[in-house]
Design a protein around this ligand. Sequence first.
Ligand SMILES: Cc1cc2nc3c(=O)[nH]c(=O)nc-3n(C[C@H](O)[C@H](O)[C@H](O)COP(=O)(O)OP(=O)(O)OC[C@H]3O[C@@H](n4cnc5c(N)ncnc54)[C@H](O)[C@@H]3O)c2cc1C
Length: 447
Amino acid sequence: MASDTEADILVAGAGVLGVTIAYWVSSLYDCDVVLADSSNAPAMHGSSRNTGVIHRPFYLDPVKKRVFARTSLISHPLWKRLAQSAGLPWKQVGTFNVALEESEVRTIEKYRSWGISNGMDEKELDLLDGRGVSSMEPEVKCSSGLLSRTDVSVDFGAFTRHIWKAVLSRHVRFLGGHRFLSARVRRDVTEAEFRSDEGPHAVRCRYLINAAGGGALSIAHALGLAREYAVMNFRGEYWVVDEPFASRVSSNIYRPPAFPQYPFLDPHFVVRADGSRQIGPNAVMVPGPYIYSGVGLTKLKGLLDGPIRPKARLLTSGDFISLLSREWKSSLSKSAMCDRVRKFVPGLEARMLRRRAVFGVRSSVVGSSGFVPEALVLKGTASAHIINYNSPGATGAPAFSAMVIAELRSAGMLDSFRQKQGDAPIPGWDFESVTARLYAGQRYLLR
Ligand SMILES: Cc1cc2nc3c(=O)[nH]c(=O)nc-3n(C[C@H](O)[C@H](O)[C@H](O)COP(=O)(O)OP(=O)(O)OC[C@H]3O[C@@H](n4cnc5c(N)ncnc54)[C@H](O)[C@@H]3O)c2cc1C
C-alpha cells in the first residue's frame, strides 16, 4: 500500500474548475497544494468533451443565472489573453439564435435585453429579420435571429492543460489515477480515502475543495452534505458534418430550447475551434457520469442512487418524459438527430453526418423544486463543495474559481495558510484585478 499523503489544501478534480482553483490558491498561499483526480491527466472529462463555445451571457436569466452570467462576462477577456499568450485557437465566429415560431421571436428579444442587463455592449447583439439572417448565413431559414457577435470557439481541454503547466511550475502536486471514495473529518483535519491501481491511499488535509464534476455530489454526500440533492446524467452526442456542406455555414446556429425549464440547449450547428463543423449535443439520460457510449447497462444501479424522491418527481412529469424519449430517439437514429437541426438548416442531410464526434456527459443536480438552475457552493467543516457546475461552466471557470476563493477568504476559511505576494504567470490572470472586476458594485455573489 502506498504511504499516506499530507496536504494543506486538497483539490479534488482536475477539470477546468479544479485546475483554475489550484491556480488561484497556489498564487495566493505559500502552502502545500495537492490536486487529485481519478484520471491520469487533467481535463479528461467534461472539460474536453463539450461544444467549445465561450458563451456570451445573452441567454442567461440575470436573476436565476446571475453567477454564471457574471463569471462568463468576466472570464471572456481572461480566456482571450490566455489564447493570445499561449498561441491557442481563438475563433470568434459569433452565434445566431434563430426563431422559427412567434414564441421564439419573443424569446430572442428577451435574450437581447438579458445580454445588456448582464453587461454586454449593445453593439455585440443584433436582432435581424429572416432575410437579414439569410444574407449572412444563406443555409439558415428562420423568421428572425439574434446575432451575438462575440461568441468564440475554443478548445477548453487545451486551455486547461496550459493553465495546468503554470500550476505545476508552482510545485502543486498531482495525484493522478486516484479515485476519491470517502472522507471523514477529525479535529479539523479531513481524511480522504482514495483508491488507485496500487490500492487504498489516504490524503490528510486541512482544507478540501471538491471540484469533482460528475463525482462532486457523491463526495459531498460522503461528508454528510447536500443529502437533499440527487444527480442525473445526460450524455451530449455530436456528429461531424461533411464538406462541402459544412463550410457553407460560418457561425454557430442555435435555436431557443423547446423545454426551457430543463437545463439543456437543443442541438445546434457549431463551428469548432479547428474549423470543423458539428451538430449536437442532444441530452440522453444515462446512469452515470462517464458513460460515453451505449446505455451503461453495468451502471444501471446508479439510477437508484439516493435520494430518489427528486428524481421520481421529475419522472412523473409529462414534459420530462417527452424530453427523455425525444433525446433517446435522436441517439438511436441519426435521421432523428439531423431533423432537429434541419428545421433551421434545411439543406443538412443525414448522409452528410458520417462520423460521431467526442461525446460529453452533464451531471445535473435535482432537488425538491426540480433541476437546480446554477452551480452550488456548499461549505462543510474545513471543506467546500462545488456541485452542478454545468454549462456555461467552462466559459466562466477562471472567474468562478476566483469567486470561490475570494468568498472562502472573506469567510476566514483560509486564514490559517500563509499568504504570499500573488504572481500572474498567465498575463492578466492576477487575483486582485479579476476579483475587483467580478465584485464591482457588489459585496458577495454566492447566496
Ligand atoms: C455536452 C456538453 C457541452 C458543453 N458545452 C459547453 C460550452 O460550449 N461552453 C461552456 O462554457 N461549457 C460547456 N459545457 C460545460 C462545461 O464543459 C463544464 O461546465 C466544465 O467542463 C466543468 O468543469 P469541471 O472541472 O467541473 O468538470 P470535469 O472537467 O468533468 O472535471 C471533473 C474532474 O473530476 C474528476 N473526478 C470525478 N469524480 C472523482 C472522484 N471520485 N475522485 C477523483 N476525481 C474525480 C474527473 O475525473 C474529472 O477530471 C458543456 C458540457 C457538456 C457535457
